[in-house]
Design a protein around this ligand. Structure first.
Ligand code: FAD
Ligand code: DHB
Length: 391
């Protein structure tokens, strides 16, 4: 088989890229390790920046998102038993949309197939080769048969645990990493959200977050150990802990059946450059942010926006100029999102070994962010999404 751009991974990065290329008349084929059902049912991100929503709308992919997504104009920050609202609309003129990542993936997959696109699900033993030649290849097995996809370019959109980044020869990449000494225990619950907007809470027992997926479904998170044993967390204990960490006077958390439970570790990670030869990395394959700033999916979308422009320029004028600058352009946004995600994480979580000075400093930071217009505006403009860089 042959295609112009071979894409590894049918997550948000790979799917959005295939639609952006389709819009420009560029062929692509996506090779995905898991089944369509598995990919569509993974519960992950929930917050879309306005720029991400606009990008999807520009591709004609936002009908259901605009109908069912929950538009939020602010968030609540909770500490010392009180809540403080950050009004995004007033501070930036922009907002966010709460809509599950799995719904985005469902919409994009359906539309890709309806537009005649090809996605190979359940591809086994996926590998990439000849990356620094003009005809890089993706090899895999499908239903026991070996297959080879010959490409002009490969987009490595296969997430943090994918095979593209490790296929780059040793010594090419620089790694920048920080692990956090905690994780998030997340639940999806059949309970109407107890707040109209997200609540980020700094509590002496640890961070908690109230989010949602629809008017009937809540999504809630608790700071926990990185390798927390879910056996130790029966539903009742989770609800009690959420009650404690989110509580303010006169407010009650609505409980309901727990539909799904999971633990996620937290890390900050970047590789530079996001390219080797004709392999371009995008999304979680190149960088991970801790989820506190709700940036991962949005960064994946921003990367492939740049990559699609660069590939379009190449096919229009045979130039490699923008492709050669892809990594540099994408990394400017990546590092600003890294800074913001690290800062939100540091401000809101309890760290082992922190002393009373550290805790007082955190509270002062929260007090500053919720009482100074300049500080609130800085949080707001990062949360709703910085403008895309011109290039
Ligand atoms: P992925 O979604 O990981 O997709 C990679 C794809 O590649 C997958 O389909 C995978 O199956 C496939 N793949 C892997 N290996 C191979 C292989 N060898 N061959 C072929 N295919 C392969 N981000 C936000 O923006 N907002 C949020 O609110 C937010 N909250 C989050 C909450 C949690 C609990 C978690 C875990 C993450 C959250 N994120 C959030 C981050 C977000 O989910 C990721 O950043 C996003 O999924 C990145 O998209 P991606 O396409 O780069 O990678
Ligand atoms: C959600 C996840 C996040 O990481 C976040 O910061 C806000 C919301 C969510 O899953 O809804």
């Amino acid at each position: 088989m042959r295609t112009q751009v071979g894409i590894v991974g049918a997550g948000p990065a790979g799917l959005i890229l295939s639609h952006l290329l389709w819009q420009q008349g560029i062929d692509s084929i996506i090779i995905e390790k898991y089944s369509r059902q598995h990919v569509q049912e993974r519960v992950r991100a929930g917050v879309l920046e306005q720029g991400t929503v606009e990008m999807l709308a520009g591709l004609g992919l936002a009908d259901r998102l605009l109908r069912e997504g929950l538009v939020h104009c602010g968030i609540e920050m909770s500490f010392l038993g009180r809540r403080h609202r950050i009004d995004f609309k007033e501070l930036t003129g922009r907002g966010i949309t709460v809509y599950g990542q799995n719904e985005v993936v469902k919409d994009l997959t359906n539309a890709r197939l309806a537009r005649g696109g090809e996605i190979v699900f359940e591809a086994e033993e996926v590998s990439v080769a000849d990356l620094d030649s003009r005809t890089p290849r993706i090899n895999y097995r499908k239903a026991g048969e070996h297959a080879e996809l010959i490409c002009d370019f490969i987009a490595g959109c296969d997430g943090f645990h994918g095979i593209c980044r490790p296929s780059i020869p040793a010594g090419v990449l620089n790694f920048y990493e920080r692990e956090y000494p905690f994780g998030w225990l997340g639940i999806l619950a059949e309970a109407p959200p107890s707040s109209h907007e997200l609540i980020y809470s700094n509590h002496e027992r640890g961070f908690a977050l109230l989010s949602m997926r629809s008017p009937k479904i809540s999504r809630l998170y608790l700071q926990c150990e990185p390798e927390e044993d879910l056996e130790q967390w029966p539903d009742e204990r989770i609800w009690e802990e959420l009650d404690t960490r989110l509580s303010v006077e006169g407010w009650k958390l609505t409980r309901g059946a727990v539909l799904q439970k999971g633990v996620t570790g937290m890390r900050s990670f970047v590789v530079e450059p996001m390219q080797f030869g004709r392999l371009f990395l995008a999304g979680d394959a190149a960088h991970i942010v801790p989820p506190t700033g709700a940036k991962g999916l949005n960064l994946a979308a921003a990367d492939v926006r740049v990559l699609a422009h660069a590939l379009t320029e190449h096919y229009e004028s045979d130039s490699m100029s923008l492709l050669d600058r892809y990594s540099q352009i994408a990394l400017r946004r990546v590092w600003k999102a890294q800074r913001f995600s690290w800062w939100m994480t540091s401000m809101l979580h309890r760290f082992h070994g922190e002393n009373s000075f550290d805790h007082r400093r955190q509270l002062a930071e929260l007090d500053y962010v919720t009482s100074s217009r300049a500080a609130a505006q800085s949080l707001a403009e990062n949360y709703v999404g910085l403008p895309f860089d011109p290039y």
